[in-house]
Design a protein around this ligand. Structure first.
Ligand code: SAM
Length: 290
């Protein structure tokens, strides 16, 4: 069944009484070149289990199922169930869990369905939860080697921006801490049904090995990063002083002691700068017995 053929899709929808739910970010891929490319570039191959978030009618699921040993997918919209039973009928290596990915224990799901397998995440993500899904996968240290996802072009630029450059934000720092991000290719709005108002891009995040930092240290660093970017055009000493309850003069001294100009703005700091600052702040807070 050609799932990128508009006629085929419309017939499926009519037959099963399906209509799009805009609030679920339902923009389905209809460009036949895109899904095979996501699957190939995302590392779908024998021996691998692909975790997909949001199946739609199964257009990417099918490409993953053809290449991987197993596909585990999470889809929130139960009205897609009868359609997927038809479109994926020929595959016995696909398991779809109908649930909200944000409420799903993905670690438990993978432990149950993909134990001992290399796991890659491949998805055309619902735009309204792009960053939360990416951060959920990375922060929870899922046993995933790479994450290849379609997101809005602007989000792709922000997520892949290098810390210390103009486009970067808290999400760029977090993504760079956990992975090596790369923008793979752009996808025009005409590749979707219905067509969204913006273009998209596929990015790949190659997950880095576990760092030896403690969870407490990481929480402190991300607190510092979020506070620093909360007023991105301002000197970071201002928001950090409030967040960490350290007087501004003391904080400026502390920044200087770890080689960061007290007048620096968040977008000027590299990940190494944030890590050094976190070390100094952690030491200071310990002395204050926080
Ligand atoms: N993979 C399909 C494709 O490329 O055509 C569909 C992609 S569409 C952009 C996003 C999909 O995610 C939809 O099927 C939508 O129902 C599903 N979705 C939205 N929110 C979700 C959530 N919280 N948990 C799981 N799936 C969700």
């Amino acid at each position: 069944m050609e799932l990128t053929n508009i006629g085929v899709i419309k017939q499926l929808f009519e037959q099963h009484g399906f209509s799009f739910t805009k609030s679920l970010g339902q923009n389905f891929l209809i460009n036949p070149a895109v899904c095979p490319k996501i699957a190939e570039m995302g590392g779908a191959k024998p021996g691998v289990c692909a975790l997909e978030i949001g199946t739609g009618v199964g257009v990417l699921t099918k490409e993953l199922a053809m290449r991987c040993d197993k596909v585990v997918a999470v889809e929130i919209d139960t009205s897609l169930k009868p359609i997927l039973s038809e479109t994926l009928a020929e595959f016995d290596n696909v398991e779809i869990v109908f649930a909200d990915v944000m409420q799903t224990d993905l670690a438990a799901l993978l432990a149950e369905k993909a134990a001992g397998m290399e796991v890659v995440v491949c998805a055309n993500l619902p735009y309204y939860i792009t960053s939360p899904v990416i951060m959920r996968v990375l922060e929870s240290r899922l046993p995933v080697s790479a994450m290849t996802v379609m997101v809005q072009k602007e989000a792709a630029d922000r997520i892949c921006a290098r810390p210390g450059t103009r486009d970067c934000g808290a999400i760029s720092c977090a993504v760079s801490y956990y992975s090596e991000p790369k923008l793979l290719f752009k996808v025009g709005r005409g590749s979707f049904m219905p067509s969204p108002n913006v273009d998209s891009a596929v990015i790949r995040l190659d997950v880095k090995p576990l760092s030896d930092r403690s969870a407490e240290w990481e929480r402190l660093m991300f607190r510092i990063i979020r506070a620093a970017f909360s007023q991105r055009r301002k000197q970071i000493a201002n928001p950090l002083s409030g967040e960490l309850h350290i007087p501004k003069a003391e904080l400026s001294e502390l920044m200087q002691s770890c080689g960061i100009k007290p007048t620096a703005r968040a977008e000027e700091l590299t990940l190494e700068d944030f890590a050094r600052l976190t070390d100094c702040v952690a030491l200071k807070l310990t002395q204050k017995s926080w």
